[in-house]
Design a protein around this ligand. Structure first.
Ligand SMILES: Nc1ncnc2c1ncn2[C@@H]1O[C@H](COP(=O)(O)OP(=O)(O)O)[C@@H](O)[C@H]1O
Ligand SMILES: [Mg+2]
Length: 370
């Protein structure tokens, strides 16, 4: 009889882990909202239950008796994955770790407590509460508990703060905003896998965003352009931060900025794989490591293996925002220097109307032919 794996989430980005689990010969049991659930078709068993509904999912899982519970890249799924795993006695991170990793204020507090350099920050629940004298502009104002750049704004002076705080609070689930000083530098992320408190570095990703004021991701590439001589210093700081946030098992995605001297400042850490196809595709294409298999293995209590399973390639993912981006895609398709790896479905009605990463039109992944 096949072993059973529970997967939380079933949209286009999550679908890759369902396909990997099937390739690994697991019977897949997938929980997600029905809307946009590609996994409804690809999984063996699909349960149309809101992924925030932990109790109902746990009840079903007690009947399923899986050997692991996992997801790839959803902040919303993290709490549920770990809650179910803990209750079934499977590999998981702790409840306190989940709090640190899903609330930007709790994360900053904990990093600071563990001597990791953080920008000055404060949490506010209304526009009157901010102690301006403590801050050096520019600032970033964002919801404490959202993702995908929702409600994030960069502000340069006092009279821009009210609107930004209102915007952040309105997006926040707990109706709180975090205000923090702006960190300069180039932006990257670090993809790691942890197993029994041991962290393993997999890749650095260079990140491209729309920049101020809203910082929506426009693309990512691997390998990054970080100088090799900075690698150890950066990894050391990130492993220290993973320990601070008590990330013991599974994937992590650390977003950070780097100055010219290789000094790292952390933006945020997710106890999950990077979204935007970073963990599902980019890591494997650029490093040869089967990251999805590692995520599944760790969720089942098995040590990840580091066998390389393909040639290393330079890989990009680009997101479509405009007509011009679609034209660029056509050029890349026709250029023999590039090889298209995947093109997503396109929501053309969103052109010119993008306000956060979930409303982007679509994406394509390509590698460079040597
Ligand atoms: N303190 C900061 N300094 C500089 N840029 C920041 C800061 N906080 C956030 N950003 C920018 O905003 C983006 C989104 O913020 P982030 O905290 O990652 O929220 P989200 O959960 O929405 O991804 C970051 O990737 C980064 O480009
Ligand atoms: Mg982020």
């Amino acid at each position: 009889m096949k072993e059973k794996l529970v997967i939380i989430g079933a949209n286009d980005f999550q679908n890759q882990i369902i396909l990997k689990a099937k390739e690994m010969n697991y019977e897949t049991h997938v929980f997600a909202w029905k809307e946009n659930a590609i996994g409804k078709e690809t999984s063996d068993y699909f349960y149309p239950i809101d992924i925030k509904n932990k109790e109902e999912i746990l009840m079903e899982c007690k009947k399923i008796k899986p050997i692991g519970v996992c997801s790839i890249a959803s902040d919303l799924a993290v709490n549920t994955v770990d809650y179910i795993s803990r209750n079934l006695g499977l590999t998981a991170n702790s409840e306190i770790s989940n709090l640190y990793c899903t609330n930007k204020y709790e994360m900053r507090k904990q990093l600071k407590k563990c001597n990791i350099k953080v920008p000055h920050f404060e949490k506010v629940d209304s526009i009157d509460k901010l102690n301006y004298n403590e801050f050096k502009f520019p600032l970033i104002i964002k919801p404490t508990d959202r993702s995908g750049s929702r409600g994030v704004t960069k502000v340069y002076k006092k009279d821009e703060c009210d609107n930004a705080i209102r915007r952040a609070i309105s997006e926040s689930f707990e109706k709180m905003a975090i205000v923090e000083e702006y960190i300069d530098g180039e932006e990257y992320s670090c993809e790691c896998i942890s197993y029994k408190c041991q962290h393993y570095f997999l890749a650095f990703t260079k990140k491209y965003t729309t920049g101020k004021p809203y910082f929506i991701e426009t693309g990512h590439s691997q390998p990054s352009d970080i100088k090799k001589e900075f690698y150890l210093k950066i990894q050391k700081e990130i492993f220290k931060a993973l320990d601070a946030l008590k990330i013991e098992n599974g994937a992590s995605h650390t977003e950070f900025k780097l100055d010219k001297q290789g000094n790292i400042r952390i933006i945020e850490i997710g106890a999950r794989g990077g979204g935007d196809c970073i963990s599902s595709d980019l890591v494997k294409l650029s490093t040869g490591y089967d990251f999805l298999k590692m995520i599944i293995d760790v969720s089942c209590g098995k040590k990840p293996n580091f066998i390389k399973c393909n040639d290393l390639q330079k890989v990009y993912i680009k997101f479509i925002f405009s007509q011009q981006d679609l034209e660029e895609l056509e050029n890349i398709k026709n250029d023999m220097h590039y090889k298209i790896y995947r093109i997503s479905n396109m929501n053309l009605e969103n052109i010119g109307k993008i306000k956060d990463s979930s409303s982007r039109v679509g994406y394509y992944i390509y590698t460079i032919n040597d």
